[in-house]
Design a protein. Sequence first.
Length: 337
Amino acid sequence: MTVFSRRAVLRTGLASAAVLLPGVGRAQSGLKPFTFITPFGYQLAFSEVLYAKAGGFFAKEGLDVTVHGGKGAAQAAQLVVAGQANSARTGGGNFIAAVVKNNAPLVSIATISQVSPFSIITAAAKPVTKVQDLAGKTIGLASLGGSMEETLDMLLLRGKMDKSLVKREKVADSPGSFGLVEAGRVDGFFGNASTAIRVKNSGAKVSILRVDDGVPGQVFVATPDAVAKEADLLERFLRGVYQAVSALLDAKDLNPILDAIGKEYEIRGIEQRDTATEDLRGNMELWTAKGRDNLLRNVPEAWAEAIDVMTRAGFLDKAVDAKALYTNAIWERAVKG
């Protein structure tokens, strides 16, 4: 997995990354500044934060939140370590490996995607409908030797399959990669929720298997120092996100929400409303995968399972207490009052 640490931050020069984040520390009159980094640019997959900003939920909490589109999940977390952002969204597996293996000074303050955002996309004529169907198949991955491939390995481990049974090829996580499936170059490929929906809506005869590798999909991270000294700021942020997410889940018509997000951020494909709406709803399913009562919560059982499966897969080099990786204290105050 791509890992990060304070040493990596200094080595890559991100400790002086203010040039990457114009406007850090500035705020509207009367509001407290807060900087958040997404893993990859501006996408509907990150609508929980984009709508919290565009819909005024952060402002109601007294925050002027600047949302920067990141250039990778690891970099987003590195900027938090470097003190250039208050919080960031990153992959659960990447985060766990970074803390356990490299002592990265980070803690998860919330889980937004309770399960992996990836699906295995195959042709309906030769579908993969369960993990065991992967035996003898060639699967496309956007990164070989990275977190996506390790997600596949953990999926196979949970399915009691030898990882050598599946061949891997590098292909993009994009709707266009389905052409490689149709051409027979790969049997299927890993795609995020948005990619899966766009392939489906293209009219292609497709089969989609949601991936659950036993690891929290996407988390919000902060430094332990911020949790100790800026708990009020993080609480306001998380309350704004929770209110925005609740509004999204309760909305019968998502068009006004898409309008609000589109006015604030440039998001590719947002004007294609049928696909954008389905994209948004597909990502919402990841938020409530452990039940709505656990919305944004770090679910202890899920984190314990993550440590177990990552250790058995050889991705962690020592046993750790899962409870040391996250805190629900901010969530409790923000959500439960």
